[in-house]
Design a protein around this ligand. Structure first.
Ligand SMILES: C[S@@+](CC[C@H](N)C(=O)[O-])C[C@H]1O[C@@H](n2cnc3c(N)ncnc32)[C@H](O)[C@@H]1O
Length: 227
């Protein structure tokens, strides 16, 4: 894949990036990847089983909303070829440094749930962990279609959603948008979006016929594997 947005060339702004981007930019700017202890951020518990059950050796995987790269690092260490995108350019830069320090190779770019900067049918899998609930419902719907656009035939998607009661203690800091998404307008998470999905909404978002598995972890995280 020869994409100009791969790291090494300038990261480009992408249409459709929401204002919440600034919240995430600032979050990652505040962390020094040169000194950060990466052992502190373990991969999502659902990832190892997903790899065993659904991925072939060396598969090409997109980590959408990669954040600090804890999941991508795990995948790269298992020998998968990993592409990471995040709405925050600072997150992509953080991951670049993480991979360099860990002597791993990967490709990093800025992009969004609704604008994935790669061609159709590029990846064997897309993972989007603890991320899709940080957009509006409209964005999430468009994103699922966008994930399917970049999946190769037979490819799989791994999605996780936080428990619906997350952020209960700081609900008073948020505005409720018309689709139920919380937009934090005060406090440490000012600018962040978070939508609390119930199970039926997740099923509707992905489409019943597309779901391969849907389970709850002991902490209440919903883990969905879909086509
Ligand atoms: C809670 S973090 C999870 C990060 C990572 N997936 C993990 O499991 O550690 C949510 C991530 O979603 C990213 N994000 C938020 N809105 C996004 C959007 N519209 N498009 C792409 N990424 C987005 C944020 O920048 C952040 O890195």
């Amino acid at each position: 894949m020869d994409d100009p947005r791969a790291l090494g060339l300038p990261l480009q702004a992408v249409n459709g990036i929401p204002d919440a981007r600034h919240y995430w930019e600032e979050s990652f700017r505040g962390i020094d990847a040169e000194t950060y202890d990466f052992t502190k951020s373990k991969p999502a518990a659902s990832l190892a089983e997903f790899c065993i059950s659904h991925l072939h050796e060396g598969a090409l995987i997109l980590d959408l909303g990669c954040g600090g790269g804890r999941n991508a690092q795990f995948l790269a260490m298992q020998g998968y070829r990993v592409y990471e995108i995040d709405v925050a350019a600072a997150a992509a830069r953080f991951c670049h440094t993480r991979f360099a320090r860990c002597e791993l190779s990967g490709t990093f770019a800025q992009g969004s749930f609704t604008h994935i900067p790669f061609p159709n049918a590029s990846f064997a899998a897309v993972i989007c962990i603890a991320a899709l609930d940080h957009g509006t419902l409209g964005e999430a719907k468009a994103s699922v279609a966008e994930m399917r656009r970049v999946l190769s035939p037979g490819g799989v998607i791994l999605l996780t959603f936080d428990p619906p009661d997350t952020d209960e203690d700081i609900i008073h800091e948020a505005q409720v948008l018309s689709d139920g998404t919380l937009r934090f307008v005060r406090g440490n998470q000012k600018g962040m979006l978070f939508r609390r999905y119930n199970d039926q909404e997740i099923t509707d978002l992905v489409g019943t016929n597309h779901i391969i598995s849907f389970r709850h972890t002991t902490k209440g995280t919903r883990v969905v594997v879909a086509q």
